[in-house]
Write a protein that binds this ligand. Structure first.
Ligand code: HEC
Length: 184
């Protein structure tokens, strides 16, 4: 009985040491940081804040692209596959022509387009663009600056991929590839 209770104490003490030591080490680390000039300490905190703000912005951009329907046209086969295309394949544009009274348009490659603009250029472009159908440019125009910046951050974070989509064709011009015909 005695031996057992001693063992229990020893176990408890060891557990306590295991819990306290890392905290003590962390405090020592903080103290070491406190010894540094305040500016470098602030910089460290600011970097952490910047990193998490950027990560949150990218996450919001991913969410907006998903619910904003951008993939439905700008990612090949996205809607047909029930939205299951892996993220690396998102927004590379499509060579499936969208044909109607406006001619034939192709959803552009946003993975190449976005990085070709600065963030401000993108916001200005989104505010003024008036693309041909069926691009819902009016939906993009209605987005807040914050949302447009988040989309930019997300698309840019994915990096460039794919090839440019075919150039649009005027009404009456025959498309060489497959087209989706819209009623006149
Ligand atoms: C219904 C299909 C469709 C959807 C949904 C769609 N796009 Fe497009 N998008 C197109 C097509 C087609 C074009 C090419 C239009 C043209 O050539 O005038 C285009 C062009 C664009 C352009 C270039 C426009 C220009 O004038 O520079 C941008 C930027 C763009 N889309 C962004 C988006 C974003 C962001 C979303 C999601 C909010 C989105 N698109 C959703 C079909 C679509």
């Amino acid at each position: 009985m005695r031996i057992l209770s001693h063992l229990t104490w020893v176990t408890a003490l060891l557990a306590l040491a295991a819990a306290v030591l890392p905290i003590a080490a962390q405090c020592a680390g903080t103290d070491a940081l406190a010894g540094q000039p305040p500016s470098s300490r602030q910089v460290t905190h600011a970097r952490h804040a910047d990193a998490s703000t950027a990560a949150r912005q990218i996450e919001r951009g991913r969410y907006l692209v998903r619910i904003g329907g951008c993939n439905d046209c700008h990612t090949p086969g996205y809607a047909a596959a029930g939205g299951s295309a892996p993220e690396q394949q998102w927004l590379v544009g499509d060579s499936l022509g969208m044909q109607g009274p406006w001619g034939t348009t192709y959803p552009i490659n946003l993975r190449l387009f976005m990085p070709s603009l600065t963030e401000q250029q993108w916001v200005d472009h989104a505010r003024t663009m008036q693309a041909r159908p069926p691009m819902p440019w009016f939906n993009v125009r209605a987005m807040s600056d914050e949302d447009l910046r988040a989309i930019y951050a997300f698309v840019k974070s994915m990096g460039p991929a794919g090839r440019p989509a075919p150039a649009a064709l005027p009404p009456g011009a025959a498309a060489s590839g497959p087209v989706l015909r819209w009623p006149g």
